[in-house]
Ligand binder design. Structure first.
Ligand code: T4K
Length: 371
């Protein structure tokens, strides 16, 4: 069998570069609790994301969970979200004692279908949590209009949308807050990690309290917070990776372009078109098999037989998870576009160092499935 190709592969800075960055940690013995690397990365991200407040977390999930908690919604309130996402988005809502209300996605960029939001709003609705899925930006302008009209908060799950811009504005600047994941599998990573970004000054202390036990000083605890701090080794990885981000995205772009060269225009294969006014980060490469000679699962198996692991992001939909079966809002049949996508989409291998000949091989196998 040929060499294994997985859906993604973490980009790494040079070994020597990372060692140089963590040398100061060896010297100082200061490993976590908002040390010097944490401080540097936070400032660099505030500048890079053009956002006044970036609070770093040990992972994206806890960043989102804490951001929702910081809004202090009454328990049992409803939050409109989409099921075409990673488990984290829905879990973060539920783990805050809130009820997810699933809105369908659209069939062109797979983000929340803004035409379907208002019908889901009730007197219990407090927020919308849309997902910039695959790095595609949601219709941020329409979502703002709806949220303003109904007095709802908007928290974007921007786990996939680091470094994406809409009309030149960083994805960190829409809604009341945005959460980024810096997991090893992301365009920019800190091994594990994440952040929340927002404009409202009054949230800074709350989020810092939530991630560090509410400790404000050696003898002062003001809040029953948990522990979700980003440690110094994570932050050091982020500082190194940020230096290479432009190159990372450039290489991903070339991979995406090669996929387009091979797969564009083939009957039954639908590629996700670049969005108008959006600067992409090429986070994922989704392909929808609709009316192709082989179905999604057959292509998945054939790739697997050749050592290539594509992924069915996002199957199953979160509204079909067994842990949500008892929820009145559960059931993939209520979100038919998302249900269709979940059973027809494959995300192909996508990472900066994916060789062009590997992209060619992947595409030849897919094309071979159609013969
Ligand atoms: N919201 C959304 C929309 C998200 O997609 C995510 C995370 C979150 C929220 C939560 O953010 P975090 O709390 O994770 O920061 C992966 C990632 O673990 C997860 O972070 C990500 N979404 C999700 C879409 O993908 P799995 O279960 O598919 O990961 P896994 O272990 O199968 O890895 C996928 C591939 O990545 C491997 O085949 C090889 C490669 N890989 C993996 C690891 C762990 C590496 O190259 N290096 C590595 O260290 O969830």
């Amino acid at each position: 069998m040929d060499r294994q190709i997985l859906v993604t592969r973490s980009s790494m800075p040079g070994f020597d570069e990372y060692c140089a960055e963590i040398k100061k940690l060896w010297d100082s013995h200061w490993l976590t609790n908002m040390g010097v690397e944490h401080e540097i990365l936070q400032r660099e991200l505030e500048a890079f994301l053009q956002c006044p407040h970036v609070v770093l977390y040990t992972n994206g999930h806890l960043a989102l969970e804490n951001m929702i908690a910081a809004m202090q919604f009454p328990k049992g309130s409803e939050v409109i979200t989409t099921p075409f996402t990673f488990a984290s988005t829905t879990h973060a809502i539920v783990r805050n004692g809130l009820v997810p209300v699933f809105c369908d996605v659209n069939d062109h960029d797979y983000t929340m279908d803004t035409e379907k939001i208002e019908a889901l709003i009730t007197e219990k609705t407090v927020a919308i949590i849309p997902v910039h899925v695959y790095g595609n930006m949601c219709d941020v302008e329409r979502i703002k209009e709806i949220a303003d009209k109904h007095n709802l908060k908007v928290i974007y799950d921007a786990a996939h949308a680091f470094a994406v811009k809409y009309k030149g504005i960083s994805s960190a600047n829409f809604g009341d807050a945005s959460m980024f994941s810096f997991h090893a599998t992301k365009v920019f990573h800190t091994i594990e990690g994440g952040a929340v970004c927002f404009l409202d000054d009054s949230l800074v202390n709350t989020l810092n309290d939530m991630k560090n036990f509410g400790i404000r000083g050696p003898e002062r605890v003001v809040f029953a917070g948990g522990n979700a701090k980003m440690n110094e080794f994570q932050a050091a990885m982020g500082i190194c990776n940020l230096r290479h981000l432009k190159n990372e995205i450039g290489k991903r772009k070339r991979v995406a372009e090669r996929y387009w060269q091979h797969l564009e225009g083939i009957k039954g294969i639908k590629l996700c078109k670049p969005q108008k006014d959006v600067e992409s980060n090429y986070a994922y490469f989704p392909v929808v098999f609709d009316g192709y000679a082989a179905n999604r699962d057959e292509v998945f198996v054939k790739l697997g037989e050749n050592g290539i692991t594509a992924r069915k992001y996002f199957f199953p939909l979160t509204n079909n998870f067994e842990c949500y079966r008892e929820y009145p809002t559960a059931g993939a049949e209520k979100t038919p576009v998302a249900a269709f996508l979940a059973s027809h989409v494959l995300t192909l291998p996508m990472f900066a160092d994916l060789a062009m000949e590997d992209v060619d091989r992947i595409c030849n196998i897919i094309i071979g499935c159609g013969k």
